[in-house]
Design a binder for this molecule. Structure first.
Ligand code: F6P
Length: 364
């Protein structure tokens, strides 16, 4: 079969930020058509932006992206390297790293860089585009918090894992007449806790967007006991915070959190519930279980579709875009749309009303 015309001849591909199920499906989604249909040369970059800085790269051939659709993690490796931040984490530009990235890009004769990642990764992609590089982004994260796409891949898999964990906690909570707190990931946005909480029938769901009142939670749990319910499930997002914390400035909140949260917010909420109600309460932190393992069917489909859309953007030379899900369609948005933003759960989102309608307390 004769190759179709493509503006991009050679591109680099990297995965950055925390991994998630579906990354390999997306890599395959980009690389298969790029190689088979458009005859592009593909350079795999190891460990996110770090591999661009120290030039850890290899040419990818079909053998590299065959049989990876269902595999968890990322065959390219990932890191949280943020080249535009100084080593102290300040926002000041680390000129050396950006310079190194630009030099690697030129030395490898890349026409474009495809970056698979979350908010940080796509923001870095946008900043590199401002520096003159051609960049195409893909939205991945279990947090589902990227502006410009209706869903990110990774979210659905993590949602299934979180829901199964809540289901499993139900039987042990019921056997022991306990309150079970389960902490899910999501430090800035509560999508995962909200959806898993609704899917698993959580009695209380706490998300960063709705600062919680421990008195309201206590009243809800006590009223459940009075109505004959002998156990309760409390779903807590990693970034959940109390009303008092919400009122603090950033520095005071950080200090207060450091003093009270150990080992993590789920445990603090469990202690607060025990103190407030006297009920026996246990905490479970699901942690990295949510990011590991095979992608769900839904994530495989989304990651593959976004990947093939990115290959088409490469072929058309439509750079500076992020492939995105819009309704039931795959489209793309300017990389400036997600850059520097976090998609949090709006207060008037229908899922909050859904949760409250079925008797769930949202901590207020
Ligand atoms: O990928 C995003 C995320 O899952 C967040 O919800 C969580 O705060 C973070 O990753 C933790 O990841 P790491 O420990 O790899 O930085």
């Amino acid at each position: 079969m004769e190759a179709r015309k493509s503006i991009t001849k050679t591109f680099g591909i990297l995965t950055a930020g925390g991994d998630c199920p579906g990354l390999n499906a997306a890599i395959r989604g980009v690389c298969r058509p790029a190689y088979d249909r458009y005859d592009m040369t593909i350079i795999g970059i190891a460990n996110g932006y770090r591999g661009l800085i120290d030039e850890t790269v290899r040419v990818l051939k079909p053998v590299d992206f065959q049989g990876i659709l269902t595999r968890g993690g990322t065959i390219l490796g990932a890191s949280r390297e943020k080249p535009f931040k100084s080593s102290s984490g300040d926002d000041e530009i680390s000129g050396d790293k950006v310079k190194a990235i630009k030099e690697t890009y030129r030395r490898l004769s890349l026409d474009c860089l495809v970056v698979l990642g979350g908010n940080g990764t796509n923001t870095t992609g946008y900043l590199l585009a401002q520096e003159g590089l051609n960049v195409i982004g893909l939205p991945k994260t279990i947090d589902n918090d990227i502006v410009g796409t209706d869903r990110t891949f990774g979210f659905h898999s993590a949602l299934s894992i979180g829901t199964e964990a809540i289901d499993r906690l139900h039987s042990t909570a019921e056997s022991h007449n306990r309150v079970m707190v389960i902490e899910l990931m999501g430090h800035k946005a509560g999508w995962l806790a909200l959806y898993a909480g609704v899917a698993g029938g959580g009695d209380v769901i706490l998300i960063p967007e709705i600062p919680y009142d421990i008195k309201a939670i206590g009243e809800h749990l006590v009223s459940r006991v009075k109505s004959g319910k002998t156990f309760s499930i409390v779903v807590v997002a990693e970034g959940a915070l109390s009303r008092a914390e919400a009122k603090m400035d950033k520095k005071d909140r950080k200090k207060y959190r450091n003093e009270t949260v150990a080992p993590s917010i789920g445990y603090r909420v469990a202690r607060e519930i025990e103190a407030e109600t006297g009920m026996v309460t246990r905490a479970t932190v699901l942690g990295y279980m949510q990011r590991g393992g095979i992608p769900s069917a839904s994530d495989r489909v989304l990651a593959t579709s976004l990947g093939t859309a990115a290959a088409d953007l490469l072929a058309r030379g439509e750079y500076g875009r992020m492939a995105a899900l819009s309704g039931n369609d795959i489209s793309s948005v300017d990389l400036g749309v997600p850059a520097g933003k976090v998609k949090t759960v709006p207060r008037d989102h229908y899922m909050i009303d859904t949760a409250v309608s079925v008797g769930t307390c949202m901590g207020e």
